[in-house]
Ligand binder design. Structure first.
Ligand code: M7G
Length: 330
């Protein structure tokens, strides 16, 4: 499961590093103080009142719930976390096991693991906007083909009015949030970026490794804005991001999927680094653009992303889809 062996092969110190860091995260929370000084012992979700289940997945073991938290709209995401290899011996020795079925050579059990091995990852968005609620609602999707003109006349005006706030991004760049989670930073204002674990990764195992590189430059909204002028920035992110991940986690570039989303949810340029083989949400061909391909395309044509037609899928209730429909494009 957890690719600890790969880590060791490539960088013998990395696995120790990784477990040290995991331990550190634990101790940060063991003293009763959460990241924002909130007491981790206090259950801020005890007053949460469920309104609806937005979506759930038995396969991914997640549930997205909309409700109220202290009178405010909130979205809560519960996710059962992967089982990591280094907890196996404790799971086998310290759990209680109840037999369900035995038949010939087959048997199934219910296992109750010790509480610390039975955690769930919880993400809370509060106050959540209507757009957050929609983002997490299960929806039918439709493929849109956006020409360069469509981008100027439909998409750009829409994202200028309606996109998610990127305050959380500025908080990271200005070290007002998550500063202790930064894995690597190049502070150069033009070429620099901050690399840190994505919200989606609990950092307990490498199988679902997920980091994001956020550019210090603030005027690049998405892939659509990129031209050959940005090649040094993109190459810098690719090169230094790969090096930092090898150094910290022992994962070589050949084990990474490095890509941009189009459309992204947040219009401040960022690059996704995930472990190859991990089916991260949004890694499908209609949304993910490999950074190496982006670099090559810009080498071949400096205005590639300014001029080409881009395909992507939009959910049924996405306001942008309505705009494309109103313009007779669907
Ligand atoms: P995206 O391509 O704009 O959209 O990626 P997506 O969220 O639909 O994939 C933004 C990425 O930033 C996602 O992978 C999010 O999980 C991640 N992310 C979002 N927020 C609000 C935070 C945050 O506050 N901290 C961190 N570390 N990551 C975040």
């Amino acid at each position: 499961m957890a690719d600890i062996s790969t880590k060791r092969e490539n960088n013998p110190e990395a696995s120790d590093d990784f477990s040290q860091r995991t331990k550190k995260t634990k101790t940060d929370h063991e003293d009763g103080q959460g990241e924002n000084g909130e007491e981790s012992g206090k259950n801020v979700l005890s007053g949460f009142q469920t309104t609806t289940v937005l979506s759930d997945s038995a396969r991914e073991k997640t549930i997205f719930v909309h409700g109220k938290l202290a009178e405010q709209n909130a979205v809560v995401i519960l996710e059962k976390t992967p089982i990591s290899e280094d907890t196996l011996s404790e799971i086998f020795t310290a759990s209680t096991l109840t037999l369900d079925i035995r038949n010939d050579i087959y048997s199934t059990y219910r296992l109750q693991a010790p509480p610390h091995l039975n955690e769930m990852k919880v993400t809370v968005v509060c106050p959540a906007t209507e757009k957050h609620v929609k983002k997490y609602q299960r929806q039918e999707s439709f493929l849109v083909e956006e020409t360069a003109d469509d981008y100027q006349s439909i998409t750009l005006p829409f994202i200028q009015k309606q996109s998610f706030s990127v305050q959380w991004v500025y908080n990271i760049l200005e070290k007002k949030a998550e500063s202790e989670r930064i894995v690597f930073e190049d502070p150069d204002p033009k070429l620099g970026f901050v690399l840190l674990p994505d919200f989606k990764w609990d950092q307990k195992q490498l199988d679902n490794l997920y980091l994001i590189a956020i550019t210090h430059r603030r005027n690049i909204k998405s892939l659509r804005d990129l031209t050959s002028e940005h090649l040094p920035l993109l190459q810098n992110i690719l090169q230094k991001g790969k090096e930092a991940i090898l150094q910290r986690y022992g994962l070589p570039a050949s084990k990474l999927r490095v890509y941009l989303h189009y459309q992204p949810s947040y219009y401040h340029l960022h690059v996704h680094f995930t472990k190859l083989g991990y089916e991260a949400p949004g890694c499908g061909v209609e949304r993910a653009h490999l950074l190496t391909d982006v670099i090559q395309n810009l080498h071949s044509d400096p205005d590639y992303y300014k001029t080409r037609t881009m395909s992507f899928s939009l959910r049924a209730d996405d306001g942008l889809l309505s705009q494309f429909k109103e313009a007779g494009k669907l």
